[in-house]
Design a protein around this ligand. Structure first.
Ligand SMILES: *Cc1c(COP(=O)(O)O)cnc(C)c1O
Length: 332
């Protein structure tokens, strides 16, 4: 039996799982299923809310009244935190990487609409963002507030629970649909979704591999990050879990020019899936992962998703990140 830590009910769960009837026909004998985690809510849509159910529960347990977190200017995680904070009556302070943009759009617009306090930290100083967060915590304390720090993407031993819990949901999905997928595919950025899925798949005995397409950094980074988070998780929650056994499968080669920068093929993929099945991907995360998945599936037994019959793609959200990049779509 799993002893769960404190958790808030914030997300619309369970999310649906749907088969891509039309898109799958383009792939010889492979069925693609989409776990619709872009439907965890409207303003709070995406994967981050699953982790924040645990992170914010922890903040409340520690009697905090303020949340501090950080990320890119178009961070989905920061936007979800800003919205959940205002709903729960918590003050939210975001540290965003870069300069304040001329136009406030997409996720950033929503951060402002939710009334979050925003500090910008230039890229050149980003390595000290956790220091800045600690300084802010001290300032809040001096003003009589207690601020809880959530790291980038809520990817730590607390947020790890989000996708561990999602595996319980997936297990029920697979039983109901009578499918036995060979792979669960996700985008990976701060590692918490990938790590949670790896641990959860083992705990709930899902007999499938977690294949993560990195949209930043490299496989070695995720190897270290996930092993570190899982070690802390085991210590903190006294979990019996074989930390040696699990395999971290990060599929490299689809970052493109860098985090948040997508090539024409990604915008084409977004257009194709929207046009075939009416499901919208984003250029920062899901578009790259989906493009990577399809490219590997098309390589068949030579590809890195060899043996695939049923593949479950976790749609981790990101829709609001489409609009700030809308000029990159082309239509004839
Ligand atoms: C944050 C994010 C991811 C990556 O999840 P991590 O847990 O940070 O690795 C994937 N897709 C979207 C849309 C995201 O916002």
């Amino acid at each position: 039996m799993i002893e769960w830590p404190p958790r808030l009910k914030l997300a619309q769960l369970p999310t649906p799982i749907t088969k891509l009837e039309k898109f799958s026909q383009r792939l010889d004998g492979v069925n693609i299923w989409v776990k619709r985690d872009e439907l965890t809510g409207t303003e709070v849509s995406g994967n981050k809310i699953r982790k924040l159910e645990f992170s914010i529960a922890e903040a409340l347990q520690q009697s905090c009244d303020t949340l501090i977190t950080c990320g890119g200017v178009q961070s989905n995680h920061c936007r979800a935190t800003a919205v959940l904070g205002v709903r729960l009556g918590l003050k939210v302070h975001l540290i965003l990487r870069g300069e304040r943009p001329q136009t406030l759009e997409g996720n950033l617009l929503m951060d402002y609409l939710s009334g979050a306090e925003i500090s910008y930290l230039p890229q050149s100083e980003w390595r000290r963002h956790e220091e800045l967060a600690a300084e802010l915590q001290n300032q809040y304390l001096a003003d009589g507030n207690k601020a809880f720090f959530i790291p980038i993407g809520a990817s730590d031993e607390v947020g790890l629970w989000g996708y561990i819990a999602a595996c319980e949901e997936l297990k029920q999905d697979f039983e109901r649909l009578e499918i036995d997928p060979e792979y669960i595919v996700t985008a990976t950025g701060s590692g918490g979704t990938q790590g949670g899925l790896i641990v959860g798949a083992q705990l709930f005995e899902l007999d499938c591999q977690i294949a993560a397409f990195n949209v930043s950094d490299d496989a070695a980074y995720f190897e270290n990050k996930i092993r570190a988070d899982v070690t802390l998780w085991k210590q903190r929650y006294k979990q019996q879990f074989d930390g040696e056994q699990f395999k971290i499968n990060t599929i490299e080669g689809y970052v493109g020019s860098g985090y948040g920068i997508a090539g024409a093929e990604i915008f084409q993929t977004i257009k194709e899936l929207a046009g075939s099945d009416g499901i919208f991907l984003d250029p920062v995360y899901t578009g790259k992962a989906f493009h990577g998945m399809v490219t590997e599936l098309r390589k068949g037994e030579e590809g890195r998703l060899a043996g695939a019959r049923d593949v479950v793609f976790i749609h981790t959200g990101g829709l609001f990140g489409v609009f700030p990049q809308q000029q990159n779509f082309s239509f004839d």
